[in-house]
Design a protein around this ligand. Structure first.
Ligand SMILES: NC(=O)c1ccc[n+]([C@@H]2O[C@H](COP(=O)([O-])OP(=O)(O)OC[C@H]3O[C@@H](n4cnc5c(N)ncnc54)[C@H](OP(=O)(O)O)[C@@H]3O)[C@@H](O)[C@H]2O)c1
Length: 270
């Protein structure tokens, strides 16, 4: 690195699905800083963004509290921030009955954070396999639920439902899950339009609430809350190398990530 530019390693994907390492050089503009990436949380959308550093405006960076180790901070700053901004921006209160559908990177942190906020957390998952961990993370109830099917007869409606799964849902089948004047928070990134029965949602007063990307204030308050409540993401670490990235992506695609992959630069392994 000289005074004006920085060179660092990046990992690129090919259309055939291979990964190769390259170098990039970036000029540092006024008030920009180079942040070296020592660890990186991995989610499905990260396939084209893995690198050993990034250039940022100095006003857009923030410190990680000393009490938080970097492996835990990485998923909090991505998946955690996404669910935290929903939990804190839209009048979700302690004691509210909050559903979390899809228990992956986002979902497991939504359970931990909402439980720590004092909410009654209800997990809806596609299989039985994650029941015990959901309860350990703070959920009061766990239901196996498939989109398109009715809930169990004794299901008590939710005040808020966070959609944290990887695939779009049948919105008609959400109606019996949500209380009158409740809210649905879709976080799933899908490119196809969703068929929403607007009339039934309107008659029940249910709000479908989008959420913007987390702000620096959101992330700062999340990191403070995580320290205070000792919220630690469940992670599997992989080396930040081509083999490590491929292994992590395969684990994610196979549905075996518990619950967030973190890529770690050599020498920092835990
Ligand atoms: N920063 C972020 O990470 C971020 C931010 C905004 C939005 N998103 C979007 O939010 C969604 C969830 O992200 P994530 O990182 O939490 O994903 P993830 O770790 O892969 O978890 C997704 C969960 O979806 C459920 N699922 C249901 N049907 C599935 C299927 N056919 N294949 C695989 N999983 C299925 C599974 O939960 P169960 O086993 O409990 O059913 C799975 O654990 C994605 O669409 C993502 O693009 C992510």
């Amino acid at each position: 690195m000289n005074n004006m530019s920085v060179t660092y390693k990046i990992f690129r994907g090919t259309p055939e699905g291979r990964i190769f390492a390259a170098e990039t050089t970036q000029a540092l503009g006024h008030n920009q800083v180079f942040i070296e990436t020592l660890l990186s949380g991995l989610c499905g959308t990260d396939q084209h963004h893995l690198r050993h550093g990034a250039v940022w405006d100095a006003n857009c960076v923030y410190p990680i509290p000393d009490e938080l180790d970097s492996v835990s901070a990485a998923p909090l700053m991505c998946a955690g921030a996404t669910v935290w901004s929903v939990l804190t921006r839209f009048r979700i209160c302690p004691k509210d009955r909050v559903g979390v559908m899809g228990k992956g990177g986002l979902g497991h942190l939504a359970i931990k954070l909402a439980a720590a906020m004092g909410c009654e957390v209800v997990t809806l998952s596609g299989s039985e396999s994650k029941r015990q961990e959901a309860i350990k993370f703070g959920a009061s109830e766990y239901h196996v639920f498939s989109s398109g099917s009715p809930p169990s007869k004794d299901f008590k409606p939710l005040k808020h439902l966070l959609l944290c799964g990887n695939v779009d849902v049948d919105y008609s089948s959400l109606l019996p899950l949500i209380d009158s004047c409740g809210s649905v928070h879709p976080l799933t990134a899908t490119f196809e339009p969703s068929g929403i029965p607007t009339l039934q949602f309107a008659f029940k007063g249910i709000r479908i609430q989008g959420s913007h990307v987390a702000s620096r204030d959101d992330i700062r308050s999340l990191l403070e809350f995580a320290v205070q409540k000792k919220i630690v993401p469940n992670v599997i670490t992989f080396p930040l190398t081509i083999d490590g990235i491929e292994g992590a992506m395969q684990t994610l695609r196979d549905g075996n990530m518990r619950y967030r992959g973190v890529l770690v630069r050599k020498g920092l392994e835990v």
